[in-house]
Design a protein. Sequence first.
Length: 141
Amino acid sequence: MAGVASIIREPNGRRRIEFFDHKGARKRVRLDKVDQKKAEAVRTRIDQLVAGKVAGHGIDRDMAIWLTEIDTKLHARLERSGLIAGRAEPEATTLGPWIERYISGRTDAKPATAVTWQVASKRMLAYFGPVSRSSRSQRRT
């Protein structure tokens, strides 16, 4: 029974997709007011996700790209239905630890180059301060 999704049209004009998950439980994903073509595209993707869960397979490249392109609301609804995992929050890295990891990861550099990088690191931290990469990119105008 798993993998057969149906598009249900609600009286308020919204659509929802009902399906049976890989355990046989009935699930629903509500869509906003979308046309039939968009609802069918989402239904197809849900069928693919359920089929992958049943077979124990991961998602393919096209599915991964689609999941990155959908809006947050639909992603959260798919997550609540158990079809996908949540989006990973990017970690806020401050400049100092990032430079430290970069320099220590460059084992191909000569010792004099590493010293030059340490000097440049101190100067960058003196100029920029300990800002996070995400906050620095948000301050640009």
